[in-house]
Ligand binder design. Structure first.
Ligand code: DGJ
Length: 729
């Protein structure tokens, strides 16, 4: 059993594979204290770790020193307004405008399996895989119940958390903050890893020391964002990819978030994660409940590498759903970088003809097929075929492509509206805006008010008509701007603060409908590249376009950062043409193929116009994809070199679960003069097994490959790549 209640000391012990997490009910006041989070322990009583009988932690029964106690006690879910001056996890306003909440244990329930979270994405698991705990806490003065929900994945080092708030009182209350997790770690000597960037350089890894005070990342853009991913890891100062304690936190949500660590006065670190309280306000009427999205917490006692592999296993098995959960994806060719808006039926058929002869399996028609769209300044919202470009209609085009033996996919951007559109003329009040003020444009478009069900239903109906009119096998759901001018025509003044969260719920509502109505369609999420690369999106789509930057060298940092948390099978990666459209760099076609292979793999170029020697390489790359994709999709991923740190050389490896197949990819970004070979040491193999390098036929043991390593010779020049495939003999 992964969760036990220990009567003797009133504690809850949550045991995952190598992890223990302990909570206790403390003192006459029945506060919930955080006792321990880390490597598995066998003891049942570690309550001394809360130091409640040591000054200055002494709880006072006579009320004299209550505030210092509150300000030092490791609350499992921090209160607000009572004298704990560290970051609160919850903040409410009562009917008189007072802001105060004190939560005390009331009851609990432990059960096998895991419940769904209504209207929100979340991880799932059956009764063999997980056990859950719900701890009901109450503020009896306010009559508010707060239920802390935990699930332990017993074969992984994963504990998930979410929170439900119920208003049992007579009056409405206002929720100003409901975070999803709050954890106290001992000490302040941690490094914090975050994934940061911008458009075209998403999720670059940053590692820095934390200390006293608050530090973290957040988004207030209405989406998880290019700038910061909803992920932080707190790691021992000396932790590496292979050694040390690591605590990873990832938010299963696609909107505003905060992820923060606070080094506190008595040398503890409070970690919190949840919906960003800025611009959040939710009215909870009598008998209503609010559910805060899930946080996934991963502990690793073997460095960041093991944390990564745990996230990958969890997301592949217990988050991603549907037809493509564990299926090889078709190799697609997308026309965006090939044509941008300048295409028509015959151009697309030309690309498809050439592509199909080279082994490419699907054509994806990107932005520009609808309304009057010939540039990014019109037609979003007008979801009908632009017959001037797609002459003969969509069905004709798809049928022609199908005749070539290829499948067909289509791009949509349901959340947006152009000023220059029929929809805007009819419903100018449908976009997010503050009545009376002109909202700001971004990429010439506004955001539709997806908090309004009738708007989502209208857009869905239009898009469903298009999808149902032809043999569509893939959808790319894009979102090309962030939210501003927050205002909804439908919400009254009390409820305007709910818009950000209601918007995300509207997006999930439509994704749910789409994936239920078209369960066989492969859905790829995208947001101006990778601004919504988060676990919330992965619940609906098994892959996400990683970045608009398709340059193989820029992709090294982007994909290294993305794969810190997200499986390779989810990372949308394509071979594109050179000079690269974003950075103007020219790299060998072969290298572009190796980098895209560490993702979903596909093409984004005009295959009728690329150099002949590149075109000739495509069938070989197609063969390479079919040979290695099962391994890459399902295997364990190891970082061998950190290009993010060395800026010169990258290497990574995927090992099959059976440890009988290994693929190593090396990319030399900059050649080194007067240097014969690089030594790379493999990881995660079976020491006693013998492995054959399929190219050189050399046979070495797992222990030699991991401890002595192999020499990587003759990568002459910049941007050169190589793959090494080994098999057990
Ligand atoms: C942003 C995406 O990331 C691109 O791949 C492309 O689909 C454009 N939008 C189209 O507008």
């Amino acid at each position: 059993m992964g969760i036990r209640f220990i009567e003797k000391n009133r504690s809850f012990k949550l045991d995952a594979k190598n992890t223990s997490y302990i909570i206790a009910i403390v003192d006459d006041e029945n506060f919930l204290g955080h006792v321990y989070f880390g490597e598995k322990v066998t003891d049942d009583d570690l309550n001394y770790l809360m130091r409640i009988y040591e000054a200055p932690f002494v709880p006072s029964k006579n009320n004299r020193d209550r505030v210092p106690f509150y300000d030092s006690f490791p609350f499992e879910y921090s209160n607000h307004g009572i004298g704990d001056y560290r970051e609160s996890a919850i903040k409410i306003l009562d009917k008189n405008g007072h802001s105060y909440i004190k939560l005390q244990y009331k009851s609990h329930e432990i059960y096998k399996g895991k419940k769904e979270i209504k209207d929100l994405p979340s991880t799932y698991g059956n009764e063999e895989e997980c056990t859950s705990l719900e701890i009901n806490c109450i503020d009896s003065f306010l009559n508010i119940e707060v239920i802390l929900i935990y699930t332990v994945f017993e074969n992984l080092d994963v504990i998930t958390r979410s929170v439900k708030v119920k208003n049992l009182g007579e009056d409405n209350i206002i929720l100003e903050k409901v975070l999803s997790t709050c954890v106290t770690l001992e000490g302040v000597d941690y490094d914090m890893i975050t994934l940061n960037g911008s458009w075209a350089r998403e999720r670059h890894i940053q590692r820095k020391a934390i200390g006293y005070g608050k530090q973290g990342v957040s988004s207030i853009r209405g989406e998880s964002s290019h700038q910061h991913n909803p992920f932080i890891a707190l790691v021992d100062k000396n932790a590496t990819d292979d050694y040390g304690n690591v605590y990873g936190f990832n938010f299963v949500y696609s909107g505003n978030f905060i992820a923060q660590a606070e080094g506190c006065q008595f040398d503890t670190t409070r970690v919190v994660m949840g919906i960003n309280p800025e611009d959040f306000r939710w009215i909870l009427n009598k008998n209503e409940e609010f559910i805060a999205p899930e946080v996934v917490m991963v502990y690793s006692n073997e460095g960041t590498g093991k944390m990564t592999r745990t996230f990958h296993d969890l997301y592949r098995n217990n988050l991603i759903r549907g037809e493509y959960k564990d299926k090889k994806r078709p190799i697609l060719i997308n026309n965006w970088e090939a044509t941008y808006f300048d295409f028509n039926t015959s151009k697309l058929i030309d690309i498809a003809k050439e592509a199909s002869s080279l082994g490419i399996e699907m054509l994806v028609m990107d932005d520009g097929w609808f309304g009057k769209r010939n540039a990014d300044n019109s037609s979003l919202g007008d979801w009908f075929i632009n017959e001037e470009k797609i002459s003969g209609g969509l069905k004709y085009l798809v049928d022609e492509v199908n005749k070539l033996g290829m499948d067909f996919g289509i791009w949509i951007e349901p959340e947006m509206i152009s000023e220059e559109s029929q929809l805007f003329k009819k419903h100018p009040d449908w976009c997010i805006q503050i009545p009376g003020r002109k909202p700001a444009l971004c990429r010439e478009q506004y955001v539709l008010d997806f908090s309004r069900k009738e708007i989502v239903d209208h857009i869905y109906k239009e898009i469903k008509n298009v999808i149902s009119s032809a043999n569509i096998k893939y959808i790319k759901w894009d979102m090309n701007r962030q939210l501003s001018d927050l205002g909804s025509y439908l919400l009254d003044k009390e409820h305007q603060g709910e818009l950000f969260h209601r918007y995300v719920l509207g997006v999930y509502y439509m994704m749910d409908k789409l994936t239920k109505d078209f369960p066989d369609i492969l859905l790829e999420n995208c947001s101006g590249g990778g601004a919504r690369f988060d676990p919330g999106m992965l619940y609906y789509s098994p892959q996400i376009w990683c970045s608009d930057d398709t340059d193989a060298i820029e992709r090294l940092k982007i994909q290294e950062g993305t794969s810190m948390v997200y499986p390779l099978s989810t990372i949308g990666a394509h071979v594109s043409d050179c000079p690269n459209h974003t950075v103007g760099r020219t790299t060998p076609f072969e290298t572009r193929g190796y980098v895209a292979l560490a993702g979903t793999f596909g093409y984004e170029l005009d295959v009728t116009r690329i150099p002949e020697e590149d075109r000739k390489m495509i069938p070989k790359q197609v063969e390479m994809y079919h040979k290695y994709n099962d391994l890459i999709r399902r295997g364990d991923y190891y970082r061998l070199e950190n290009y993010s740190e060395n800026n010169e050389f990258d290497a990574w490896q995927v090992v099959s679960k059976e440890k009988d197949e290994v693929l190593v990819t090396c990319i030399q970004v900059l050649g080194r003069p007067n240097y014969h070979s690089r030594r790379i040491k493999l990881k995660g193999l079976e020491k006693s097994k013998l492995y054959k390098n399929i190219e050189t036929e050399e046979v070495l043991s797992g222990s030699a490959l991991m401890n002595a390593g192999i020499n990587l010779t003759s990568l002459y020049g910049d941007f050169k790549g190589k793959i090494i495939y080994l098999k057990e003999v």
